[in-house]
Write a protein that binds this ligand. Structure first.
Ligand code: NDP
Length: 282
């Protein structure tokens, strides 16, 4: 059995096992299995180092381990080093661990068009914002503004990777939400309660419903079973939208290709990631 997995804490709700196991099944790779690997931070290094000897070829890495994953790797791609985080580890038979970051190219793939020459506004300054700012600048975005609740973190990110920290969200062509606002969606999908929750979520992002209409393309990395408040507002005003599951599928497909050397069946992965019944995961 060749093993793959996703390291996180918590990781119970990850859609990656369903997505990758569906891809393995579609390609007839019956000797492969992808599983959840719930590992608390204090056990991360020891557990991850032990995976190579336990039949694991690779692992995705999610909250809160992406920086630790880069730190423990024996070698890393230039992208992972510059971003300062890794979401994909590959284990060689001799135990060598290689780190890669597929979040950055995953965002560009999910966007479906080149951001070259575009003005972009990135909301957030955490791990995913780092990958997004790096990717947009690398693809030739004309200007990348960074807004974050804690302004000092936006300034630090801009100093390190480029872009411009702003004290309030500014108009641009492309908006990418890299904050965790949107994860806690409304329990009722419609009506007055939803409107109030949507307005509250936009408020946390320093924006109003009308301001969202100023963006032609809106990407929200957060994903949940219903569209996030940000994407509801963007769609209502005619923006092109990309949700977090599309980005998840794109980064997962790139990891899958690194490990297996096979072309990832993206449509199969997308259907599995969106399926409510996640019974293919372990
Ligand atoms: P981090 O914890 O590194 O960063 C969280 C960010 O959210 C910070 O900028 C933080 O601001 C901001 N934030 C948190 N709460 C609030 C709030 N109430 N109001 C305003 N801002 C807030 O997380 P990541 O960057 O790793 O992940 C961010 C989001 O992206 C998550 O929802 C995650 O699930 C999603 N994600 C999705 C991926 C995909 O493939 N679809 C891939 C990676 C991430 P502050 O600095 O002020 O605390």
């Amino acid at each position: 059995m060749t093993r793959l997995g996703v390291l996180g804490w918590p990781v119970a709700h990850s859609r990656s096992p369903a997505m990758h196991n569906a891809a393995l099944a579609a390609l007839g790779m019956s000797g492969w299995r992808y599983q959840r690997l719930p590992v608390p931070p204090h056990l991360f290094t020891e557990t991850t180092r032990g995976l190579a000897g336990s039949g694991f070829l690779g692992a995705n890495v999610t909250i809160p381990h992406k920086q630790a994953a880069l730190a423990l790797a024996d070698q890393a791609s230039p992208a992972a080093r510059e971003i300062g985080a890794a979401n994909t580890l590959t284990f060689a038979p001799d135990g060598t661990i290689t780190a890669e970051n597929t979040d950055a190219p995953g965002l560009i793939e999910a966007l479906g068009r080149s951001p070259c020459g575009m003005r972009a506004l990135v909301l957030g300054a955490g791990g995913s914002a780092r990958a997004v700012v790096w990717a947009l600048l690398g693809e030739g975005a004309r200007e990348v503004s960074i807004w974050n609740r804690t302004h000092a973190r936006a300034q630090a990110l801009a100093r390190e990777l480029g872009g411009r920290a702003v004290v309030k969200p500014e108009p641009a062509e492309l908006l990418v939400n890299c904050t965790s606002v949107g994860l806690e969606g409304p329990t009722e999908p419609s009506g007055v309660e939803r409107s109030a929750t949507d307005a509250g979520a936009l408020n946390q992002l320093g924006m109003t419903f009308d301001q969202i209409g100023e963006f032609a393309d809106v990407v929200d990395l957060a994903y949940q079973s219903q569209p996030t408040s940000l994407l509801v507002a963007a769609s209502a005003q005619g923006a092109r939208t990309v949700d977090g599951l599309e980005v998840l599928v794109a980064q997962g497909a790139l990891s899958f290709e690194l490990w297996t050397g096979r072309s990832a069946p993206r449509e199969v992965m997308a259907a599995a990631a969106r399926a409510k019944d996640d019974d293919t995961g372990l």
